[in-house]
Design a protein around this ligand. Structure first.
Ligand code: ADP
Length: 159
């Protein structure tokens, strides 16, 4: 079975991510989803361990999906797992510009290739940043994220 690595911040996981994971399962079989720290991103809603726990719960319907959390480089994790490919989702041309260079860098330093999957029009507007911002202000995001994430966001807002 082909095994791929889908890395991201996932702070928090949303329905656009889930769609990419489900497609990766149908194409490749086994998918390792890794929640990681991206130093270029303003994250800071949930700590890694909390993201990992809620992702496990949200992806429990997919038995060939494994969730891990990691600090460090995506390519190091890909090598450690023996991943055949890295998977990335693309929403827009700006995602493509960033991800293309990252894919080429990752290939240059590790030999691991990246496979891009387009977001569907149902989810192409979705980004964790906006989910975080709306939830922080008390807005309703329940239709944009898996149930366990929605519950965790509600607890966060009511803390
Ligand atoms: P976000 O950009 O929402 O903060 P991440 O940085 O955690 O999410 O994204 C991890 C991966 O998921 C990246 O490859 C990103 O391009 C992809 N992705 C993010 N949002 C979507 C979406 N709505 N549809 C498809 N792929 C997405």
């Amino acid at each position: 079975m082909t095994r791929v690595l889908y890395p991201g911040s996932f702070d928090p996981l949303h329905n656009g991510h889930v769609e990419i994971i489900e497609t990766a399962v149908s194409l490749f079989g086994a998918v390792v989803v890794a929640t990681m720290v991206n130093p270029q991103k303003d994250t800071g809603l949930f700590p890694l361990a909390e993201r990992e726990a809620v992702m496990r719960e949200s992806l429990a319907h997919l038995p060939t999906v494994e969730v891990v959390m990691r600090h460090g480089l995506v390519v190091d994790l890909a090598r450690e797992l023996g991943a055949d490919f890295i998977v990335k989702g693309l929403r827009s041309a700006s995602d493509f510009d960033d991800e293309m260079q990252m894919a080429q860098m990752n290939h240059a330093v590790s030999g691991v290739q990246t496979v891009f999957m387009p977001a569907t029009s149902r989810h192409a507007f979705l980004a964790s940043k906006y989910v975080r911002d709306i939830a922080r202000m008390g807005g309703d995001v329940t239709h944009l994220v898996p149930g366990p994430v929605a519950r965790r966001l509600e607890e966060f807002v009511n803390r």
